[in-house]
Design a protein around this ligand. Structure first.
Ligand SMILES: Nc1ncnc2c1ncn2[C@@H]1O[C@H](COP(=O)(O)OP(=O)(O)OP(=O)(O)O)[C@@H](O)[C@H]1O
Ligand SMILES: [Mg+2]
Length: 234
């Protein structure tokens, strides 16, 4: 359970998150909103890369904002990037290995952990492939793999469906729905694909101009008149 209370992030005069309060208890939570609404900023605030000027993010009594980014990662916070962070001359295995190095997992356990995650993602055959040879889908899967190694508690996915075909979206959907049962982690999913959000998220939060304008059962959030106006009203 993650409790976000009165979270505010400002970039100069731009209020990217404006007094956002929300309790995240479900296994898979959607986060939607028009371009520039503050979705990535919320993920950055969780992971320690946004200038938070007020509020708290707590989990079971721990105050995430008081922890430096590496400590949050060790605690179990994992995030993917809207633009995948894949290094051209490192293999898929190297990318996952680097995450485990940062988390201090015993060397003897690392190979098995990497295999488990790659098999879960159905990309075990890409283990030794270098980043430069991955297509968009494979790179997106490797990016998710980086989130899943080393026992994540909370996985924040920033538009993992960006640029994927319909067939690839079917695979992505299957992966996201199974993360909680396989790894025990809560998932926060940011995506512009409303069908994906509707299929995999039991609850959904909606941001607009940095404010939380709706939060609740996904069907209700999507049907909300204020939400529709935010998407179609401009
Ligand atoms: N590093 C930054 N410096 C200045 N302004 C920023 C910075 N990062 C984000 N912003 C501003 O904060 C607001 C929220 O941006 P954010 O990237 O969180 O939106 P988003 O909901 O993720 O949008 P998108 O759907 O396009 O990814 C926008 O007005 C954006 O221009
Ligand atoms: Mg974004």
């Amino acid at each position: 359970m993650i409790d976000v209370a009165n979270l505010t992030v400002k970039f100069g005069g731009v209020v990217a998150l404006d007094d956002v309060s929300v309790r995240l208890t479900d296994d898979v939570i959607g986060l939607i909103g028009p371009n520039g609404a503050g979705k990535t900023t919320l993920i950055n605030a969780f992971s320690g890369f946004a200038p938070v000027t007020g509020g708290r993010i707590r989990s079971n009594g721990r105050d995430l904002l008081s922890m430096p980014p590496h400590a949050r990662a060790r605690w179990g916070l994992a995030r993917s990037f809207q633009a995948v962070q894949i290094v051209p001359d490192l293999t898929v295995r190297d990318h996952l290995q680097a995450v485990l190095d940062g988390k201090g997992m015993p060397r003897s356990d690392r190979a098995a952990e990497i295999d488990r995650v790659l098999e879960f993602l159905e990309i075990a055959e890409l283990r030794q492939r270098e980043g430069r040879f991955l297509n968009q889908f494979q790179a997106r899967m490797a990016e998710i793999g980086k989130c899943l190694v080393g026992g994540p508690r909370m996985v924040l996915l920033d538009e993992p469906g960006g640029g994927l075909s319909e067939r690839e979206m079917v695979c992505l959907r299957r992966v996201i729905t199974r993360i909680h049962s396989e790894f025990g982690a809560q998932v926060l999913l940011v995506d512009h694909d409303v069908d994906l959000i509707r299929d995999v998220c039991s609850v959904t939060a909606v941001l607009d101009f940095g404010k939380l304008i709706a939060f609740g059962a996904t069907a209700d959030a999507l049907a909300n008149e204020v939400v529709k106006a935010a998407y179609f009203g401009r």
